[in-house]
Design a protein around this ligand. Structure first.
Ligand code: RIB
Length: 309
């Protein structure tokens, strides 16, 4: 990063998980026991990943969330601090263990994830009220759905009230967003599965993603960006015609946290004043590098890696 370039401020409200990752030739069938190739324990959680991505990709970052008073929590906190992330608003639960994610990555580089919320479930509207300064200091605020809906709504509402650029990554999605949420969000960024859950439409091609993004616009979303893996990104920005951005071609080994890298990179670019198209292309380059490496946070590139042709 150029030393005299402005760094924007990004605050992430969300989850931190310890990821327990098994590599396997394919996904197991129900009832099947399958021999895997490898196991790793790495830092993850959509909130933590997006915070690390925004920090490595050029922003000053604050993290608002909750870890447990255990070894996993200490390791996740130390990892964020080592990235220069402000953890003043990262609380420690006296009762709940740190969140975990059980992840299987198959030989096709795809993943399946089960999360156990643990301390992520202890982020509440009161947590947001205690740490409003963390939102006030940011240009861009990012939320996901791995913390309780009441806390996410409180974060969206406070960030909107404070005039911040508000990003929601609706992950994991189980259906349409609650009434009133879309009006609080500037950029809604689902992947193809989440876009399908939000709209009830099939989303497995750029054309279908364009239709889903347009449907979300009609439902009241200001700007919608659907990430569709190797098929790129579809963006419905304001009243402009939706656009399709091809993905850079790479050999993927693990897609875990590719979406998080995209969102952190996009937010870092918006926070430093980049235009949306520039921010999308930068975030795509960052995400395409992340899929060439294994693990969530270990796979997230730095700004210098993204800028190197
Ligand atoms: O987006 C990837 C992340 O989802 C993993 O790191 C896992 O912790 C789950 O939150």
């Amino acid at each position: 990063m150029a030393t005299n370039e402005a760094r924007g401020h990004v605050t992430v409200v969300g989850s931190l998980n310890m990821d327990l990752v098994a590599r396997a030739p394919r996904m197991p069938q129900p009832g099947e026991t399958l021999a895997g190739h490898a196991f790793a324990q790495v830092a993850g959680g959509k909130g933590g990943n997006q915070a690390v991505a925004a920090a490595r990709l050029g922003a000053q970052v604050a993290m608002l969330g909750c870890v447990g008073a255990d070894a996993n929590g200490a390791q996740l906190r130390a990892g964020l601090e080592a990235e220069g992330i402000d953890c003043t608003a990262l609380e420690t639960s006296a009762t709940a263990p740190t969140g975990v994610a059980l992840i299987i990555v198959d030989d096709g580089s795809q993943n399946s994830i089960v999360i156990i919320a643990g301390s992520n479930g202890e982020v509440t509207p009161e947590t947001l009220a205690r740490h409003e300064a963390a939102l006030a200091g940011a240009q861009v605020v990012i939320c996901q759905l791995e913390t309780p809906p009441a806390a996410v709504h409180a974060a969206l509402a406070a960030a909107h009230r404070l005039g911040k650029t508000v990003i929601l990554n609706p992950a994991p999605a189980t259906g349409p967003l609650p009434d009133g949420w879309l009006a609080l969000i500037d950029y809604l960024i689902p992947n193809e599965l989440e876009a399908a859950m939000l709209t009830g439409l099939p989303v497995s091609s750029p054309e279908q993603a364009l239709a889903a993004a347009s449907a979300l616009r009609r439902a009241g979303a200001r700007n919608v960006i659907v990430t569709i893996g190797a098929q790129g990104v579809v963006a419905a920005l304001g009243d402009d015609d939706p656009l399709h951005f091809d993905a850079p071609r790479v050999k993927a080994v693990d897609t875990t946290a590719a979406g998080d890298t995209f969102i952190g990179g996009f937010a870092a670019q918006l926070a430093r004043g980049a235009n949306v198209t520039e921010a999308i292309r930068f975030a795509q380059r960052a995400a395409s590098i992340s899929v060439t490496c294994a693990g969530a946070q270990p796979s997230i590139p730095t700004r210098a890696q993204v800028d190197t042709p």
